[in-house]
Design a protein around this ligand. Structure first.
Ligand SMILES: Nc1ncnc2c1ncn2[C@@H]1O[C@H](COP(=O)(O)OP(=O)(O)OP(=O)(O)O)[C@@H](O)[C@H]1O
Length: 261
């Protein structure tokens, strides 16, 4: 009898997930499994339904049908903040940071909240030390130490994106949903961001939505391809790159784009 390696457990799963906007099916019967520690990418051409799926997972949108299960518990009807509390955290395509706070202040607030101290992180000395230690770790991990005391409004765009991911990690996620982390980042600032994304903690399961195929293929060990709201196929990067259906979808999308240019 051959012995198969034990599969990591599933952290996040959707079953038959669907979302309709009037006559449009933005998400159609999506069944997806994110394994513990996964580096999983969700790809697909414009309008494939990636953002809608993330909005369903995070609770911003309610599904028309189907279920979402996090760590074995049905979270389909939970509000976004309840999902964050259970360990599902996202970043956004567009920066959602407070411009007048510094990276250090931003992270201190999030870490204090996560450690149950609310806005009172400066009160008990021991607790404050724990908050500041975690902040220092995050600032270092995300190459933000040199700019930690500058207002976020003056930071380079790549640094702002790094702060966003650091902020998501400050919430101690079990599942991290990264929504186009390099979108809008100038070429010169991309490498630092790519490396940081690649070095995210191994125990955090990551679902990445990304247009930049360079990042996708460097990062992901598993990929799901969405087309017209439905799963076209799923597999490891090699099999996805070789799949003629995937090539046809991307080629078709590129031809449409150049025809409209
Ligand atoms: N609030 C809405 N009302 C009506 N239609 C919507 C709404 N949100 C999304 N759609 C439609 O659902 C489909 C999927 O859109 P979605 O934004 O999820 O795709 P996407 O893969 O994230 O696209 P992109 O890569 O361009 O961000 C599109 O046809 C879009 O027009």
């Amino acid at each position: 009898m051959t012995q198969t390696a034990a599969q990591p457990p599933t952290v996040l799963a959707t079953r038959g997930l669907g979302k309709r906007f009037g006559g449009i099916s933005a998400t159609c019967d999506v069944t997806l499994e994110l394994k513990k520690g996964a580096r999983h990418a969700l790809i697909g051409p414009n309008g494939a339904g990636k953002t809608t799926l993330i909005n369903l997972l995070t609770g911003v949108l309610a599904p028309s049908e189907g279920t979402i299960v996090l760590d074995g518990q049905d979270i389909t009807r939970l509000a976004p903040h309840q999902r964050v509390r259970r360990g599902m955290v996202r970043t956004f395509q567009i920066n959602q940071l407070f411009d007048s706070l510094t990276p250090q202040e931003t992270l201190a607030l999030a870490v204090a909240q996560q450690q149950g101290l609310g806005g009172q992180w400066w009160r008990p000395l021991g607790a404050r030390r724990a908050v500041m230690q975690r902040c220092e770790q995050l600032l270092e991990q995300f190459q933000l130490t040199s700019v930690m005391a500058q207002e976020t409004r003056v930071l380079a765009y790549g640094k702002r994106r790094l702060l966003e991911i650091a902020l998501a990690l400050a919430c101690a996620p079990r599942v991290l949903l990264l929504d186009e982390p390099v979108a809008g980042v100038p070429a010169g600032e991309r490498e630092e961001l790519l490396q940081t994304v690649a070095a995210l903690p191994a125990d955090v399961s990551v679902l990445l939505i990304e247009h930049d195929m360079d990042l996708v293929f460097r990062f992901a060990s598993r990929m799901t391809v969405l087309v017209n709201g439905a799963v076209l196929t799923e597999g490891d990067p090699d099999s996805i790159a070789r799949d003629p259906r995937v090539q046809a979808v991307y080629l078709g999308a590129a031809e449409q784009e150049s025809a409209h240019a």
